[in-house]
Design a protein around this ligand. Sequence first.
Ligand code: GAR
Length: 187
Amino acid sequence: MVKKNACVFISGYGSNLKSLIDNSRKENFPVNISLVVSNNINAKGLLHAKKNCIPYLIVNTKKRNFENSILKMIKKHKIVLICLAGYMKIISKNFLNKYRKKIINIHPSLLPKYKGLNTYERVIKNNEKKTGCTVHFVNEKLDSGKLIVQKSFFIKKKDKTDVLKIKTQKLEKRAFPEAIIKIYRYS
Ligand code: GAR
């Protein structure tokens, strides 16, 4: 199988990045993680790129055309799929137009419920019975593109936000690779 080149955008811890790198080592996984982009110079996730000798780019989002340096690297590394894994920045319309249907995001809720930030707190506050994670295509609207994979679990009465986070992030490690496999299943 000839693997396609994927890039992962991060801002922080990078546990999803690590999981995607681990999955990409499997023979039948459709993509290689060929580039990592971070908007945070202190992102712990950068260590996974370094450890695995994956080229990485740190961008300063305060600079007006920081996305141009990303686009340049993406072209250089022949990236065909961009995975947003805890990347806490909005992708511009210009960027989206260039990579339409090629950018996917993981979100810690059962979209369309709880778009945006502080999902665990809001889920608990609303006494939800279930929560989970969603992998979806990225479009102009926040956390609103077409769903690819969703995984859920039942919330126990005693579960607090920290437990929801642990359980959700555990599911994310299955949902993200599954979504990538689904995208390339028939190609
Ligand atoms: C993940 O739980 C992801 O769903 C969330 O950030 C975390 C990143 O964890 N993303 C968002 O909240 C985006 N709206 P990681 O850095 O350990 O992969």
